[in-house]
Design a protein around this ligand. Structure first.
Ligand SMILES: [Zn+2]
Length: 445
């Protein structure tokens, strides 16, 4: 019977395609040596700040004027209390990855590595060195429409090491390269000009990320959104709909910690009727010509609905969204609309299992685009490994119970698609996927 170890051996070394994150393009382009472990790991991480506040630490040692030693000590007081939260699991994986403890040797003494951890310098690391070690093939930090203003065509294609510009870049090294391109970040009500869309297109943008806190915004801002969606459809971009964040909670914390301070909540489950009406309005919109660019002519689409990934902050909507996704399909585009990865507060074992179960039961699991970090930290690429371990554990349980067949020719392509190939094809606009061929390739050995 195929076990966890076998399943994990198939996917652990696959390249990483991280199609949505919040990494700083400028810092990536500058590729400077990193600072202290505190700076890289804790200083700007709203998840950790939230956990520290819940544990009663003062704002002074979280975002206030305390020195780094005091801030580090506050995080070290907090971490041992986080067993059960994914922050704890990620912390161990991140420190293991950096070589700051030996996971094998310490596995029976979980507390020891935390007590021994020091706020060391990470100057031996640069972003490009980390991306190479993680095996990142593609990454797409999201950027606001205004943040690419001033970018000239001649700025494009810079190497990371040049230290200039915000352009899509390639980290080149003797053994690997990583393609970095911005994705467009917008809120539902934003007016995005055609000039801005074209700027992103020439910067190799493949993804537009739309925050839709309240799904009533989908009809209220339909004209703005459908302009962007039509452009995305014409250019083979994927549209992410981030549904249901409750950003206004504590006014006190918002004032103290800023808009991404880690105090957002989740709204009630999204009204899928509003999402259906929006997707339908795009599908009903048939454009035969594009007034704005010539790419359109080489890349005709049938309607204004692009590939769409639905991400709900409230997991209670997962089943309804997975069902709805199957109402919007396109010939030759597997999983054109789909329930996306466990997002934000759902990014943990329970949330990931829920998305796998819902995509399997209500959709077609093998078309799922798997994982993206949605993170501000380079260390978060360990979460791809976290996801791969969890999906392998989940599949191993299904095989053991008899629910899934113990058959490499079926399981291996499914896992490879979810952990890598679907995201790769989405970004590279590979529309025609021949499942029979991929089955044959994977059973060659
Ligand atoms: Zn995001």
């Amino acid at each position: 019977m195929i076990d966890y170890e076998t399943l994990y051996s198939w996917v652990k070394g696959l390249p990483i395609v991280d199609w949505h994150n919040h990494l700083d393009m400028k810092a990536l382009a500058e590729d400077r040596p990193l600072g202290s472990l505190y700076e890289v790991w804790v200083k700007t991480d709203p998840y950790k700040h939230r956990a520290m506040r819940i544990c009663g630490e003062s704002e002074r040692v979280i975002t206030g004027d305390a020195g780094e030693d005091e801030r580090w000590a506050a995080w070290m007081r907090t971490l041992p209390k986080l067993v059960g939260n994914s922050l704890f699991a990620w912390a161990k994986m991140e420190m293991d990855w950096l070589g700051l403890f030996n996971a094998e040797a310490q596995s029976s003494r979980e507390g020891t590595w935390i007590r021994e951890l020091k706020n060391v310098s990470l100057a031996e690391w640069t972003p490009s060195k980390m991306l190479k070690k993680f095996g990142v093939e593609y990454l797409s930090p999201c950027v606001g429409a205004g943040e690419l203003i001033g970018l000239k065509t001649s700025d494009l294609g810079l190497q990371f090491s040049s230290g200039e510009g915000l352009a899509p870049s390639e980290v080149r090294s003797p053994k690997s390269s990583c393609r970095v391109a911005p994705s467009l970040r917008m809120n539902a009500g934003d007016e995005i000009s055609v000039e801005a869309l074209e700027r992103f297109q020439s910067a190799d943008c493949r993804v537009v990320d739309v925050s839709v806190d309240d799904v009533s915004q989908l009809s209220a801002f339909n004209s703005q959104l459908s302009t962007v969606a039509a452009y995305a459809a014409a250019h083979g971009w994927t549209m992410l709909l981030h549904l249901g964040a409750l950003r206004e909670t504590s006014a006190r914390l918002r004032a103290a910690a800023g808009p991404v301070g880690g105090f957002a909540g989740m709204r009630a489950p999204v009204d899928t009727a509003a999402v259906a009406a929006f997707l339908n309005s795009l599908e009903e919109e048939h454009n035969s010509t594009c007034s704005t660019c010539s790419t359109w002519l080489n890349n005709p689409v049938q309607n204004s609905l692009p590939r769409t990934i639905l991400m709900s902050l409230n997991p209670e909507a997962h089943a309804a969204l997975a069902v709805l996704a199957g109402s919007f399909v396109e010939e030759g585009v597997p999983g054109k609309v789909q329930l996306g990865p466990a997002w934000w507060w759902c990014d943990h074992e329970e949330g990931i299992r829920d998305v796998l179960e819902k995509n399997a039961a209500y959709g077609v699991l093998s078309t799922f685009v798997g994982m993206t970090t949605d993170s501000r930290s380079l260390l978060s690429f360990v979460r791809h490994d976290y996801f791969r371990r969890l999906i392998c554990k989940w599949v191993a349980e299904k095989v053991a119970s008899g629910a899934f067949p113990s058959d490499e020719s079926l399981l291996r392509p499914m896992l490879e698609n979810i952990c890598y190939k679907n995201a790769h094809d989405m970004i590279n606009h590979v529309e025609q996927v021949d499942h029979v061929e991929s089955l044959n390739v994977s059973t060659r050995s």
